[in-house]
Design a binder for this molecule. Structure first.
Ligand code: NI
Length: 181
């Protein structure tokens, strides 16, 4: 496995719409290796999610994992591979939480997100699955799927007033939902 270089905002790939993977691509050795590398890179940088455009690959692919021992949230999420994901937002309820992003290092900002959604995707073997997600898991899914459309959390903020350097955030904000995605 390899640790990949993470693209930061300013690199065009972060702002481009990624394309779907074909069934043949999903099964290929190259994509299987890419998924392993995405997971490895997410772990090394202590993120809870990572999308392919963030490692300079314009494909609709992301990984998410929140370990049960993660001090930043109580909502553990097992390792999830999202291939060609589609999100349907459920209800009108939203919650506001701080987010960070490996493509925007050193910053945190408050982002309103839908509380509930339905995710339809394929797993790393191309098998379709669907699930309903709430709260933090739903937040991370929305964050990662935005990346596939060239979006970052800054676009979703109600304004820039809560944008904080990580050091200041840690001094002045209650830590919750504080993760790099
Ligand atoms: Ni991100």
């Amino acid at each position: 496995m390899a640790i990949l270089k993470v693209a930061r905002i300013g690199h065009p790939v972060v702002r481009e719409r990624a394309r779907d993977l074909t069934q043949a691509e999903i099964g290929s050795a190259g994509i299987q290796r890419l998924i392993d590398d995405l997971v490895e890179t997410m772990h090394v940088y202590d993120g809870v999610g990572l999308a392919a455009p963030q490692i300079h690959v314009g494909l609709r692919l992301a990984v998410i994992e929140v370990p049960p021992y993660d001090e930043r949230t109580q909502d553990a999420v097992p390792l999830s591979v999202l291939v060609n994901p589609r999100v349907t937002l459920l209800g009108e309820e939203r919650s506001v939480g701080f987010e960070g992003c490996l493509s925007i290092p050193g910053l945190r900002g408050q982002v309103p997100r839908h509380l509930r959604l339905r995710l339809e995707a394929q797993d790393r073997h191309g098998e379709p699955y669907s699930l309903e997600a709430t709260d933090f898991f739903a937040r991370v899914i929305q964050h990662e799927c935005d990346h596939l459309d060239g979006g970052v959390y800054l676009d979703r903020m109600d304004g820039m007033r809560t944008l904080s350097y990580l050091e200041e955030f840690e001094k002045h904000q209650v830590r919750s939902d504080d993760d790099d995605e």
